[in-house]
Design a protein around this ligand. Structure first.
Ligand code: GTA
Length: 150
């Protein structure tokens, strides 16, 4: 079946500031990669739960949980590596928006995992978005880290 994801601009709204290449390299990677990013996960969701849900789209090669660097505990995102591009596309099409641990998850194309990308990039060691969260979110550590300091 022909891919529904032909336009690189429509593949992902996210641009990784630390991607080591040009915009063109980034778009090429997004179009061919077999890796997806899973966001808006609960900190309590396990790798086994991710495996169960994401293997519905195809055979999984590896799951890399996103972690807080100093505590090595989950911080609400992960990378799922498939063997096939079609399966990665299916997970963006069909798994994104489904509910995992009571949360609507977001599945995004990713340019590919590299060592270091498993760590949250926020100042507190978790994800950047959680630093600014002003709502109380028990599945993601309560209030945003910067809000807690105020
Ligand atoms: N493929 O959407 C994604 C994605 N995100 C959000 C993170 N990663 C993603 N990969 C894909 N798609 O490897 C990857 C990163 C890294 C790992 C952890 O997850 O490539 P991070 O979330 O801690 O840091 O990354 P990142 O992505 O460098 O943060 P960024 O781009 O500054 O901000 C992410 C979101 O945080 C923004 O979209 C916004 O919602 C929020 N945010 C950032 N700054 C502010 C601010 N000043 N105020 C309010 N909200 C903010």
């Amino acid at each position: 079946m022909a891919s529904l994801f032909k336009d690189p601009n429509k593949l992902s709204a996210y641009r990784d500031r630390r991607f080591p290449g040009s915009q063109e390299d980034f778009e090429n990677a997004l179009q061919t990669s077999t890796t997806v990013y899973l966001g808006n996960m609960s900190f309590y969701t396990t790798e086994e739960q991710v495996y169960e849900l994401f293997s519905r789209a195809g055979e999984i090669k590896k799951i890399i949980m996103g972690l807080i660097k100093n505590t090595k505990t989950p911080c609400g995102f992960c990378f799922v590596l498939y063997y096939s591009r079609d399966d990665a596309e299916d997970s963006v099409k069909y798994v994104s928006g489904t509910i995992l641990d009571d949360r609507p998850i977001r599945v995004d194309f990713d340019w590919g995992f590299q060592e270091g990308r498993q760590w949250g990039r926020g100042r507190s060691g978790g994800q950047v978005r959680d630093e600014y969260c002003t709502d109380y979110d028990p599945g993601r550590g309560g209030y945003g880290k910067l809000v807690q300091k105020e």
